[in-house]
Design a binder for this molecule. Structure first.
Ligand SMILES: Nc1ncnc2c1ncn2[C@@H]1O[C@H](COP(=O)(O)OP(=O)(O)O)[C@@H](O)[C@H]1O
Ligand SMILES: [Mg+2]
Length: 206
């Protein structure tokens, strides 16, 4: 594929959306042809699936259903949004991707990496990111920054113990896949943004 694919990962409140916004501003300045998108969602059908996944009222959802819904939203979004943009040579920036499934469903829910990799085979192979930016901050520190969890969000409501498992999952996944760069984001959002720009330049992505 002609374009490059970059994903942002990390715990709730680590600063993904903030960094995607700051990076977009920089890319505008540089005149880079890019799109910003997000998971789960990013396309009509996938946004509808997102609502089901995140609805705090869906307390009976089993772990496998959750994992499969994420995978379903992902493949729809890949085919509808990501693939056409990459074919046009655009830089695609995605807020969350398959590593979220590995950390949340594989590790924290306990479904295992193998199960999650299998149901996300297209994301693991044909649509493997060129670079994944893992914003490395503990969930405790991240929640403190955003002043607590969102009460309407089923995933955010799972408590610190769950999110600590997610974080451990991310650390394990980051060790395993060389495409993942762990970014220390304990500094200001502008310091983190600088680190990201430097890395993208070093890797020849911008
Ligand atoms: N480096 C930072 N230092 C302090 N606060 C930050 C930093 N980065 C982000 N924030 C704040 O933390 C909160 C969560 O950031 P956000 O980008 O929404 O995280 P995410 O998208 O990963 O959940 C926001 O209120 C944001 O302004
Ligand atoms: Mg966000």
């Amino acid at each position: 594929m002609k374009g490059k694919f970059i994903t942002f990962e990390g715990c709730e409140g680590c600063g993904k959306s903030t960094q995607v916004r700051l990076l977009s501003q920089k890319l505008d300045e540089l005149g880079v042809d890019y799109i910003v998108t997000r998971e789960p969602g990013g396309s009509d059908v996938a946004e509808q699936i997102r609502k089901i996944i995140l609805d705090a009222k869906n307390t009976s959802m089993c772990d496998e259903c959750e994992a499969l819904l994420y995978a379903a939203a992902r493949i729809q979004h890949l085919k509808e949004i990501v693939e056409p943009a990459l074919e046009k040579g655009k830089l695609v920036i995605c807020d969350r991707y398959v590593d979220s499934s590995l950390a949340y469903q594989g590790y924290a829910r306990g479904l295992g990496e193998e199960y999650v990799e299998k149901i996300n085979s297209a994301a693991m192979s044909s649509f493997c990111p060129d670079l994944t930016l893992f914003l490395n901050i503990s969930p405790k520190d991240a929640f403190a920054r955003k002043h607590g969890a969102d009460e309407d969000d089923r995933m955010e409501q799972l408590g610190l113990e769950f999110h600590e498992k997610v974080y451990q999952g991310y650390l394990a996944v980051a060790k395993k896949y060389p495409r993942i760069a762990a970014i220390d984001c304990s500094g200001t959002k502008y310091q983190t943004a600088e680190k990201i720009i430097t890395l993208l330049k070093d890797r020849g992505i911008i």
